[in-house]
Design a binder for this molecule. Structure first.
Ligand code: PEP
Ligand code: MG
Length: 757
């Protein structure tokens, strides 16, 4: 008999047993017989989990008196090891295995070979199916597959006959119980708590045995087609792209998706009588086992990719397509994913989404920019979480400390709650400042504005009491879109944003795409050739070359601003002529719209971002042209220090409070004094208390910051005497040996100004 035929025969026999009216125990006994016979094994045993122990429930070949007597702990003996690691063992000589344990009551001493597979239910091992043989022989692959198939059938039986206590099953495998800590990289800092929800829930296989093999074959064939199509689309879309690392993953996906061997093995499994879902899972189990035998971290990574892909195939074939977003979040949630696209993140209910843990992720990933804007803490680079976090687990996320506690003990939860409460208390105190204008102690009104990029962000204006939006990153719409947003779509967004902001000003920054914020629909050879993307063909440089893009945006902004004041800011201006060229595009569109008798803005205020150091030398020429100038300290400081802002290795190296940065910024302030140009800062720096204090100290009076920082900065402003601070600052900046951070911290503490929040 061929391998497929014999596998089919086993399944047929199992089918009959399962369909019979026999009692569950009777069925288990029969299964042990069928498997033992088919594999010519003297012994076939079934262990199931009961009260935390693996209990021998049925056997052919061992002493019957051992049934319901022999019990093994998880991790104990070969059986316990299989359940513990949820993995298959195939041993020619059982006794040679370090975990082997002899149980005299079973009478197993005469058997040499041993093979066992876990019986998996809801992703946990709830039992073990094993065979033993007198001769020392390794079982063949087809035999192992037959065991795996039988284990799947058994898991169906277990579910139907409620042979295993569900609660007990949940708590079984090592790593899935008790408190665990996961470490990673802070992508968006913050503190939050919630229950784990996997972005892509695992497919539940409800039917193992096929009724119609040909139909199953068709289903899997169509699913493969669809999956390949999806992977091809993914590789050509920006929405899911997060840079080079992701591209590599997609390449691997492609390799697997088109791998003939994989689809052939699935088809063979279907031939043996499995449903498409069970066949995919069975092949996957087998691959897992093979991969584990090869101890290579690179392969382990690839295994991860294949798991992802097999899951995708399962979702397609089973029709269980939705992500957790489509099912809706029912409670406070910490979302778990390998990676996410910005658009995927935006699908979640912001009220329930409390945090995100990613296995991958990097600081520059678009999803991180979006999460920051949403105020959702993100922990990235958290590897191995699938083996630790279960759906529904309680999680305390401390993204600031780059860690998360899974299933916290009561005392840890209490300590966290105390910290959390403190931070909430602070938040409440900040919230109470919402309607309080930020005047310094000496009576100077500081403009505290917020940064935004999404339509929904505008809600934070009212919540925080910010003075307006000092930086609206229009490129967010471009980043979350698979195709170039047409003028109409842009117009709608800008109009919505201005409507929602009411009387408060919104400074729209024209698109800052290109370089690392690449979008494929704009990709050209030039952009792709950038070796140094931050300094490459991006922002205004790109927009002025792609004039059509700039024109469309200019027209959309002018139309949206009809009947009100419009604020437009150009990013990455490096020389004054670039500002002129950009403004000329707006002037041209304005003239055009005037001829069309469109409602025009009452006034248009133009500004520039200062983020390229060279521009600071040209302010005498530039400032007379501007209404406002906004210093983008994120880019500016990376250019001043020639230190990539996204490189974690450099993140701690150069201080925003270095004398060089502060002296540079003070010169910018001095250049603007008396020009009537409204000067501000819109980089992340302004949202940190000590840094904000320094900026106030050198003369900045407008800060545009992340919404979460508006409250804390308002509170800080109210404690400051600018004259006193300015004087201290002058002294510090004059002394090249000073450690500004230390000096300022001491200065602030002496005045009971908190600086670490
Ligand atoms: C900056 O560079 O400081 C800035 C505000 O712009 P972005 O972070 O969007 O580059
Ligand atoms: Mg910038």
């Amino acid at each position: 008999m061929s391998a497929a035929a014999s596998a089919r025969q086993i399944l047929k026999n199992l089918h009959e047993v399962m369909a019979s009216r026999m009692h569950a125990q009777g069925k288990l006994d029969r299964v042990a017989e069928i498997v033992g016979e088919s594999l010519s094994s003297e012994v076939c045993s079934i262990y199931l989990l009961r009260e935390g122990m693996l209990e021998l429930f049925a056997t052919r070949g061992l002493n019957q008196s051992a049934v319901h007597v022999t019990r093994m702990a998880i991790g104990e003996g070969l059986t316990g090891t299989i359940a513990d690691n949820v993995e298959t063992l195939n041993l020619a000589e059982a006794k040679a295995h370090p975990d082997f344990q002899y149980r005299p009551e079973t009478g197993e001493d005469k058997f040499h070979s041993f093979a066992g597979v876990p019986i998996v239910y809801r992703e946990r091992a709830v039992g073990v199916l094993c065979v033993q043989h007198v001769d020392p022989r390794r079982y063949e692959e087809v035999e192992i597959e037959a065991l795996q198939t039988t284990a799947m059938v058994l898991s169906e039986l277990i579910a139907n006959a409620e042979l295993v206590d569900e609660e007990e099953a949940r708590g079984l495998s090592e790593g899935m119980t008790g408190q665990q800590t996961v470490n990673g990289l802070t992508l968006v800092s913050g503190l939050s708590a919630g229950n784990a929800v996997y972005h892509q829930p695992r497919v539940q296989i409800t039917q193992v045995m096929a009724d119609d093999i040909e139909a199953e074959r068709q289903r899997v064939y169509l699913a493969f087609d669809k999956m390949r199509e999806q992977i091809d689309t993914l590789s050509s879309q920006a929405e899911f792209g997060v840079g080079g690392e992701h591209e590599e993953v997609l390449e691997t996906y492609k390799m697997f998706a088109y791998d003939e061997g994989w689809s052939r093995r699935i088809n063979e499994a279907i031939d043996s009588g499995l449903t498409a879902e069970a066949a995919i899972e069975r092949v996957q189990q087998h691959t897992r086992m093979r991969m584990r035998e090869i101890d290579d971290p690179l392969l382990a990574d690839r295994m991860h990719d294949l798991e992802d892909l097999a899951n995708r195939l399962l979702r397609i074939v089973s029709g269980q397509l939705g992500t957790a977003a489509s099912q809706g979040l029912r409670r406070d949630t910490i979302l778990i994913a390998r990676n996410l696209g910005p658009a995927e993140l935006l699908e979640y209910d912001r009220r329930r989404l409390k945090g995100v843990i990613l296995e991958e992720g990097s600081l520059t990933a678009h999803v991180v920019i979006v999460a920051r804007a949403m105020g959702v803490p993100v922990l990235g680079r958290a590897s191995g979480i699938r083996g630790i976090i279960r759906d529904g687990d309680e999680i305390l996320l401390d993204a600031t400390a780059a860690s998360a506690t899974i299933r916290p003990t009561n005392s840890v939860a209490e300590a966290f709650e105390a910290r959390f409460a403190k931070s909430r208390e602070k938040q409440a105190a900040y919230a109470s400042l919402r309607d309080v204008e930020p005047f310094t102690r000496c009576g100077t009104r500081i403009q505290v504005m917020m940064n935004a990029g999404l339509r929904d962000d505008i809600g934070s204006l009212a919540m925080t009491g910010a003075d307006g939006v000092g930086l609206f990153r229009t490129e967010f719409q471009f980043l979350v879109s698979a195709t170039l947003p047409q003028r109409e779509r842009q117009l709608r967004l800008y109009r919505d944003v201005m409507d929602a902001a009411g009387d408060k000003p919104v400074i729209f920054r024209t698109v800052d795409i290109g370089g690392d914020k690449s979008v494929p629909y704009l990709a050209t050879e030039d952009a792709n050739a950038d070796e140094n993307p931050a300094m490459g063909w991006r922002a205004l440089r790109l927009a002025l070359t792609r004039e059509g893009l700039m024109k469309a945006q200019a027209r959309a902004l002018i139309e949206a601003g009809g009947g009100r004041s419009l604020y437009v800011m150009f990013p990455m201006v490096s020389e004054p002529w670039e500002f002129d060229a950009a403004k000329a595009v707006f002037d041209e569109q304005l003239a055009f719209l005037r001829t069309k008798k469109k409602l025009l803005p009452d006034a248009i205020y133009y500004g520039a971002m200062l983020e390229v150091p060279a521009l600071a030398e040209m302010l005498d020429l530039l400032l007379p042209k501007l209404s406002f100038l906004s210093v983008g300290t994120n880019d500016l400081t990376q250019f001043l220090f020639a230190a990539d802002r996204a490189n974690p290795k450099l993140a701690q190296r150069y201080d925003w409070l270095s004398l060089s940065i502060m002296r540079f910024l003070r010169r910018v302030v001095n250049s603007s004094v008396g020009t009537g140009v409204d000067l501000g800062v819109c980089g992340e720096m302004g949202g940190r208390r000590l840094e904000a204090l320094a900026l106030l100290g050198i003369g900045f009076r407008r800060l545009s910051i992340t919404p979460a920082a508006v409250g804390p900065i308002k509170e800080l402003v109210r404690k400051v005497d600018l004259a006193e601070l300015g004087e201290a600052m002058t002294g510090w900046l004059a002394d090249p040996s000073v450690n500004l951070r230390e000096e300022m911290t001491a200065w602030a503490e002496a005045r009971e100004i908190e600086v670490d929040g």
